[in-house]
Design a protein around this ligand. Structure first.
Ligand SMILES: CC(C)(COP(=O)(O)OP(=O)(O)OC[C@H]1O[C@@H](n2cnc3c(N)ncnc32)[C@H](O)[C@@H]1OP(=O)(O)O)[C@@H](O)C(=O)NCCC(=O)NCCS
Length: 341
């Protein structure tokens, strides 16, 4: 008999042992020799995450699974899953039992509408399990992470609850573009806080990003005072902030990659080549100074201007993410794109 219960700190040695098993490492993003201390730190880091363990009749921990609610307010309907079963306990229904418990939690208690997970494309054990639980592949993420000495592909799989309303509202009308003005590029500085916040509160910016109405300057500190390693660029015209770009490098088995987490131009400064200049400068940094071979990004599926811009720099569509973001009272699809060198 398999018992499912919440993970406790006392389970961490057993979980750390499973996480260090070769076949678990292969199909997760684990590195060799993960210490108990770092597993413990991850467990204590809290956040909106539920971790469950499956135990055998003798109480031994056979596997662990977790569900993390997305912290971005407009993706609060999204949860992401992780799952591992000890090598010696496979094909006994442990994985299925853990997933069933998390799906019940997501559907009936947390009111999550979209569940997603990443799975290596060569994980022939996990993919059929996820498909049997209603997940479908939405994207194939090329060269997503290192696995056994090569850059391997992953699938982004998702499961939706039925009956979601989809937002197909037109974007707010854009003010006609001002005549072309000269602009310069520089790093984002802490003093940009008020202008950056004002720009992110514009309706056009909100329509195309994950911004919520009434953002505060405090909530933008991750852009004006970013963590080490995050690349930021500001576009300035007539002493006014008119655009920003932000690139977040990957960690661990994803050091070759980065994620373009923002490319934003002020509503009144569209059509002046500012977005193109910001993107060109960021990709020059990625290619020639960071040595990255994969840059990825997410966009809303109806953001055709942005998608065309990305395509002109060699970004290719990797998949369409159903009901990815909440916007203006309903859900809207996203797309995931990447440019490989
Ligand atoms: C994927 C994993 C969690 C499956 O756990 P499990 O407890 O062995 O799975 P279950 O016994 O509950 O099997 C459920 C279904 O999964 C599929 N499955 C599991 N192992 C399989 C295998 N080796 N080959 C093909 N299908 C397999 C089958 O559809 C199975 O249903 P069935 O037994 O009715 O045929 C486990 O193999 C594992 O921990 N692997 C390493 C870590 C990992 O890959 N985690 C997922 C990261 S995305």
């Amino acid at each position: 008999m398999i018992t499912i219960r919440a993970t406790a700190a006392a389970d961490m040695p057993a979980i750390n042992r499973i996480y260090n098993q070769a076949s678990v490492r292969r199909f997760t993003l684990g590195l060799p020799f993960v210490s108990l201390g770092s597993s413990m730190q991850f467990f204590k880091s809290g956040g909106p995450r539920t971790s469950l363990v499956a135990c055998g009749p003798d109480g031994a921990v056979l596997g662990e699974a977790s569900l993390t609610r997305c912290e971005a307010a407009r993706r609060a309907h999204v949860g992401s899953l992780g799952l591992m079963v000890a090598e010696e306990a496979r094909r006994r229904g442990v994985g299925r039992a853990l997933l069933n418990a998390l799906l019940d939690l997501a559907d009936n208690w947390l009111n999550l509408h979209r569940l997603e997970l990443g799975v290596f494309a060569n994980n022939v054990a996990a993919i059929p399990l996820y498909e049997a639980m209603g997940f479908a592949s939405e994207a194939r993420l090329r060269h997503y992470a290192m696995q056994d000495g090569v850059l391997a592909d992953c699938h982004l799989m998702a499961r939706l609850r039925p009956g979601l309303a989809v937002d197909d509202s037109a974007p707010p009308p854009r003010p006609s573009p001002a005549p072309r003005q000269a602009f310069t590029l520089r790093a984002i500085e802490p003093e940009d806080g008020p202008a950056l916040t004002a720009m992110m509160n514009l309706p056009g910016v909100r329509h195309g990003t994950l911004a919520t109405p009434f953002l505060t300057e405090e909530s933008r500190k991750h852009l004006t005072e970013p963590e080490a390693g995050i690349q930021t660029i500001a576009a300035v015209a007539q002493d006014k902030l008119v655009g920003v770009a932000v690139l977040k490098p990957g960690k661990g088995r994803r050091l070759h990659s980065a994620y373009l987490s923002a490319l934003i131009v002020h509503d009144e400064w569209h059509g002046q080549g500012i977005g193109r200049a910001l993107l060109a400068a960021m990709l020059e940094t990625a290619d020639n100074w960071l040595g990255l071979s994969r840059v990825s990004l997410a966009a809303l599926a109806d953001n055709h201007h942005a998608i065309r811009l990305y395509e002109s720099f060699g970004f290719e569509m990797e998949g369409r993410l159903r009901a990815d973001v909440f916007r203006n009272g309903a859900y809207v699809d996203g797309v995931t794109m990447a440019r490989l060198l």
